[in-house]
Design a protein around this ligand. Structure first.
Ligand code: WT7
Length: 591
């Protein structure tokens, strides 16, 4: 079916040349953007200074920087830019006082609480590395990430600490301090109270660390097909990429109320929930509650949200509740809606235009890119079903990896290829922590290879086709099958496990496990339930398989690697065909 193209018009803050995408590309230069933000003595750049202190210095201290709304929407807490500056100064001072040094990792496992921006930006202000952790992770993924990230300090709530960390504490030899929010007021042994620590710190000690544009500022864990989670480091100069996309893609400006619904713990939470509205001088919303259609429309309407950034899964869940609710609650202040994380089906774009009065703009990026790279911009024509065109400053190509090495560039419209980005944009990840070889393997001839397959049309719009590797995307979360398989294999009954993403009409994919049993164990409903419960306990609900089936023997390559692609083909009822090319090692994408 042909979907109608949506022409955009209206009052946008972006410079007029941006309505002309070609002209915008020609006029754009990253170095100018970075130089403009590098105002610290000696050409230093600190993301937190750009996101917070700058607005106070320029007279916007009384503007609300972040507005926190409680789960029931019966209480809210606002932090102005001036207050956020004072609080982040205190947090930076507290980190110094506790002995943290420039470059040390501070892990933060929090849902949407008002303390989140204080901990995140205070960490960056101190020159430390902010590492968010997903609060729905079970103890195993948390342990792996705290160790790999060499976290020296953790900020979390007392409840999460007792449930997930206390029992692991002995293994976490590099974790010197834990700061707890809420709870009994009597922190457990080895922990400090967050608020008391902040109150005791003197902001005068918190002079900003004059970080360089290349110093690391953030650490985000992501997953590949094999091996441990990968910790992507993002430098301070990411400020330029985030700021430019906030402006050019999202059209954010002072006066906007911006709501990004991403979970903390994934890159969208840090980059667009926290940093984008702050860098743009807008007001960010932190809503404590989980997804609920009535509550979400309530936030959109009551908080007078002007720009909204969410996921296709959420859009599809809203669609299931029908158009009556949004029509009744129509958030009149809303002027733009964006989505990211999985393919956004054209039906959803069109549905929103009818139900909300405006279409969704799809955007594409990855943890490694550090900011949006492809977009249906605020101002340009939307092609429903397409991820849009490259953000000015990005050079995006479709390529094929040549078996003999190097790349073949695909110029023709409609021909599938792997999305590759010319290295060197400011928010590009600067390393995988402790895994530099894996980092280098992501690049060929100066191009970063994304692992995503797409085609491009004659107008230069990109259309998503799928992943080149086996990673799973469920409800916007990237899940490494290896991590799930490893957890299952810790159960004595499990000999081997193969985990795939099974297509799902709402969540895009759901985690499905195929398990072969150890000698002496018999398949049965009780064992099936036990294994799912076992995985949930270890991994947490977001990573654990939703479905589990027993299989006598898993399909393997000659070298003994489980062929998830064969499992997936069977699941889809597709012929498994020529298997020789299916091994991700052979394809060279097994990073
Ligand atoms: C992967 C990256 C969501 C950005 C931050 C999370 C998939 C992302 C789209 C889109 C189809 C998309 C890709 C990508 N993805 N945006 N608009 N259409 N797929 O980043 O967790 O590293 O996930 O999400 O497969 O590689 P991430």
């Amino acid at each position: 079916m042909d979907w109608p193209i949506i022409e955009k018009s209206g009052d946008f803050a972006v410079p007029p040349y941006l309505t002309d995408w070609e002209a915008a590309r020609a006029a754009f230069d990253w170095q100018t953007e970075i130089d403009r933000l590098s105002k610290l003595p000696g050409g230093g750049l600190n993301l937190a200074v750009e996101a917070v202190d700058r607005h106070v210095a320029e007279g916007r201290g009384e503007t609300v920087a972040m507005r926190w709304i409680s789960r029931n929407q019966d209480s809210r807490r606002e932090l102005t830019y001036a207050q956020l500056k004072e609080q982040t100064d205190r947090f930076a001072a507290a980190l110094r006082h506790l002995g943290l040094k420039r470059g040390d990792t501070v892990a933060v496992m929090l849902n949407n609480l008002a303390e989140l921006p204080i901990a995140a930006l205070g960490t960056i202000k101190a020159g430390c590395v902010f590492c968010p952790l997903f609060a729905a992770f079970g103890p195993e993924p948390v342990r792996a990430r705290l160790i790999l990230g060499r976290a020296r300090l953790l900020v979390t709530t007392e409840a999460l600490y007792l449930r997930k960390i206390a029992d692991l504490r002995e293994d976490l030899t590099e974790l010197d301090h834990v700061l707890l929010i809420g709870g009994s007021g009597q922190p457990p042994q080895g922990c400090l109270d967050f608020q008391a620590t902040l109150n005791a710190a003197s902001p005068e000690d918190g002079t900003v660390e004059a970080t360089s544009p290349d110093d690391p500022a953030m650490l985000h864990f992501t997953s590949g097909t094999t091996g441990e989670p990968k910790g992507a480091l993002h430098p301070q100069r990411s400020a330029a990429g985030i700021h430019a996309t906030a402006r050019m893609v999202l059209d954010l400006r002072p006066g906007d109320i911006f709501w990004c619904t991403a979970d903390t713990g994934w890159v969208t939470g840090s980059i667009y929930k926290l940093l984008a509205p702050l860098l743009a001088g807008a007001t960010g919303i932190l809503y404590e509650g989980e997804f609920d259609p009535g509550a979400w429309y309530g936030v959109l309407r009551n908080e007078k949200v002007t720009v909204w950034y969410t996921t296709p899964t959420a859009v599809r869940m809203l669609m299931r509740f029908g158009a009556a609710l949004p029509r009744t609650y129509r958030p009149l202040s809303l002027r733009l809606a964006f989505s990211v994380g999985e393919p956004l089906n054209p039906e959803a774009v069109i549905w929103a235009r009818d139900a909300l009065g405006l279409p969704f703009h799809d955007t594409w990026w990855q943890t490694e890119t550090g900011c949006i790279a492809l977009a249906n911009f605020a101002v340009t024509t939307i092609k429903p079903g397409s991820m849009g065109r490259p953000v000015p400053g990005f050079e995006v190509a479709l390529v094929e990896r040549r078996p003999e090495g190097g790349l073949r560039f695909i110029e023709d419209a409609g021909i599938p290829g792997e999305i590759a980005l010319k290295a060197g944009w400011p928010s590009m990840f600067s390393d995988y922590i402790g895994a530099h070889t894996r980092y280098e393997e992501c690049f060929i001839d100066g191009w970063y290879l994304t692992g995503d397959l797409a085609k491009r049309d004659a107008d230069g719009y990109f259309w998503f086709l799928g992943r080149a590797d086996d990673v799973i995307k469920a409800s916007g979360h990237l899940i490494g099958p290896f991590e799930v398989e490893s957890a299952l294999m810790d159960h004595p009954a499990v000999a081997e496990a193969g985990v795939i993403g099974k297509p799902d009409p709402v969540a895009h994919e759901r985690v499905k496990a195929y398990v072969s049993l150890s000698h002496g164990f018999a398949a049965g409903e009780a064992l099936r339930r036990e294994l799912i419960a076992f995985a949930r306990l270890r991994l947490g609900s977001a990573l654990a398989p939703k479905e589990l089936v027993f299989i006598d023997e898993l399909p393997k390559t000659r070298s003994g690697k489980i062929m998830r692609r064969v499992l997936k083909a069977r699941e889809l009822g597709l012929p498994t065909g020529d298997l020789s090319g299916m091994d991700s090692d052979i394809r060279g994408t097994g990073v």
